[in-house]
Design a protein around this ligand. Structure first.
Ligand SMILES: Nc1ncnc2c1ncn2[C@@H]1O[C@H](COP(=O)(O)OP(=O)(O)OP(=O)(O)O)[C@@H](O)[C@H]1O
Ligand SMILES: [Mg+2]
Length: 275
């Protein structure tokens, strides 16, 4: 019998600068802190998540080598120093990931197949995705169980969400749970309030937690650590805790092939690493 599958959470949006990396780092930390062995794969050649978790590029870990099978994902795992949380660091070659994928057989399934090598090690895999729509993003959605989509309240964001929902429906990926939430919200702005109300009416699956535009969250790029690790009592850390609680509640029903068996295996509370 196959070991339990790893549950895959993709943090994705066509738009750049909406909070994908911030979300991926904070939620992956919380997932690990909850006792689920977790790995975050930084798929963005910019390496934002790798930087935030103080990781470094691995030599010889190009997209081409991974896709050809010369390197396997488990060889590239780095410990973050936080219990239960590992990192698959970004590589600059990832900027050509889509081109490399296009040269392979079954190009839309490669990521899913590659993630199979992680199933004996982890209960959860977070994918921090680059902005844009490409063969890589299609791979990500094909592989994912949950698509977490941070949305800045603008009319274009809503249009993108409609396109994404229609695309998932057309592909017939019924098991993929689409979980959008509002990010960088400024409730003092009437346009933000109006767009959020409209989106909530149109998308009942929209998460209720909203992440405001706060400098405390922005400062994470300087602190290079998840919020809950450095300031667990802060309002921002509490907010990500609430977001994660909502996601776990909504995905409790997404049971695929016994994915829960490794969840809750440990009782280790995550501590900040000694950086
Ligand atoms: N809620 C927030 N409030 C204020 N600043 C934020 C918030 N979330 C993220 N930021 C800041 O906004 C910038 C973009 O965030 P982030 O890198 O998480 O977005 P991204 O969607 O991953 O961007 P990219 O598409 O470039 O990968 C960063 O400087 C980050 O610190
Ligand atoms: Mg990013």
């Amino acid at each position: 019998m196959l070991p339990p599958a790893v549950r895959i959470y993709a943090v994705t949006n066509i738009k750049g600068g909406v909070g994908k990396t911030t979300t991926a780092v904070n939620l992956a930390y919380l997932c690990a802190a909850g006792g689920c062995p977790t790995v975050l794969w930084d798929l963005d050649s910019q390496g934002g998540a790798t930087f935030a978790l103080r990781g470094e590029e691995q030599s010889g870990a190009s997209a081409r080598k991974l896709l050809s099978g010369k390197r396997q994902l488990p060889e590239l795992i780095l410990a973050t120093g936080y219990p239960g949380l590992d990192l698959l660091p970004a590589d600059f070659s990832y900027r050509n990931f889509a081109v490399q994928l296009a040269q392979r057989k079954h190009p839309t399934e490669r990521l899913l197949r590659m993630s199979g090598a992680l199933r004996e090690i982890y209960g959860a895999l977070f994918l921090d995705c680059p902005a844009g729509i490409s063969l890589l993003s299609e791979n990500v959605l094909r592989a994912a169980d949950v698509a977490i989509v941070p949305l800045v309240p603008t009319p274009l964001s809503l249009r993108m969400l409609v396109q994404l929902r229609d695309f998932i429906e057309r592909e017939g990926w019924q098991d993929l749970k689409l979980l959008p939430f509002f990010s960088m919200v400024d409730r003092r702005r009437s346009l933000h309030r109006e767009l959020i109300a409209e989106a909530r009416a149109q998308f009942p699956q929209m998460l209720t937690t909203e992440v405001p535009n706060w400098s405390e969250i922005e400062r994470l790029t300087v602190r290079r650590a998840p919020l809950a690790a450095v300031a667990p009592a802060s309002p921002a850390a509490q907010l990500y805790g609430q977001l994660w609680g909502e996601i776990t509640a909504r995905t409790a029903a997404v049971e695929h092939a016994g994915a829960t068996s490794s969840v809750g295996a440990g009782d280790h509370a995550a501590q900040p690493p000694a950086h």
